[in-house]
Design a protein around this ligand. Structure first.
Ligand code: C5P
Length: 232
């Protein structure tokens, strides 16, 4: 069964224990990103590690191969389960990242490639000199990442089925932009329900504001978990 990951997009880790206390115990996977990591460094992971939660560290690494290799090695030492790298870092960088993860043995995080930021559109592509369409680019970079040994991809639900069909059953698909029909869309453009994400072949669904900003986060999380299993 695919898993729900709660995105802890917070300025400080201080409230994490209270947030965990108010969520259903079946939620055991949490995403920490650049805001919190830049503020507190690896200490930000402590409230999750202390409770033996699974961690998705969303740092979107993108640098020369050697630097990314060492960063993957350092991140793996914190016991994170998923770690993001930018697929547009190229084959050598992706291969170096995969090699560093493989060398970590049991502690190896699964590496998740970001193909195209969802904030970019076709105009940005022409500014960047990219002539492919958004979906062509996602598929090309997804294939590049998979062939370099990257374990999975971040994708909108709308591209998930095509990536699953093209890249096979083993690639891990991580889908943000998840909303129930009653949720605020916020700044997300390409949204889908949890049920649609599961149907499209997602392995991990990432949800932030619809749970954390809900008047009753536990009820919001339970509604997401229920919707994953069946249409409302
Ligand atoms: O609050 P919301 O459910 O929109 O949060 C989604 C999470 O997934 C955020 O942490 C966001 O940064 C992340 N994300 C995303 N789109 C991507 C990659 C990551 O929304 N392409």
């Amino acid at each position: 069964m695919p898993e729900l990951i709660v995105a802890l997009d917070l300025p400080s880790s201080q409230n994490i224990p209270a947030i965990l206390d108010h969520l259903p115990p079946e939620l055991t996977f949490f995403k920490l990103g650049l805001e919190l990591f830049c503020a507190e460094g690896p200490d930000a992971l402590n409230p999750l590690l202390e409770r033996k939660m699974n961690i998705f560290l969303d740092l979107k690494l993108h640098d020369i191969p050697h630097t990314v290799e060492r960063a993957v090695h350092s991140a793996a030492a914190h016991g994170v389960k998923l770690l993001t790298v930018h697929a547009c870092g190229g084959k050598a960088m992706l291969t170096a990242a995969a090699k560093a993860a493989a060398a970590c043995g049991d502690q190896a995080p699964a590496l998740i490639g970001v193909t195209t930021l969802t904030s970019l559109n076709q105009d940005d592509f022409s500014d960047l000199g990219i002539s492919r369409t958004l979906s062509e680019q996602a598929l090309a970079l997804g294939r590049l990442a998979r062939d370099a040994g990257i374990d999975g991809l971040v994708t909108s639900v709308h591209e998930a089925a095509a990536l699953r069909a093209a890249l096979g059953p083993d690639i891990l698909l991580v889908t943000p932009g998840i909303r129930l029909p009653t949720d605020d869309i916020g700044d997300q453009k390409r949204i889908a329900t949890p049920f649609a994400a599961v149907q499209a072949g997602a392995d991990y669904l990432v949800v932030g504001r619809p749970i954390l900003n809900a008047p009753d986060p536990a009820a919001a999380a339970r509604a997401m978990l229920e919707n994953m299993k069946r249409k409302p």
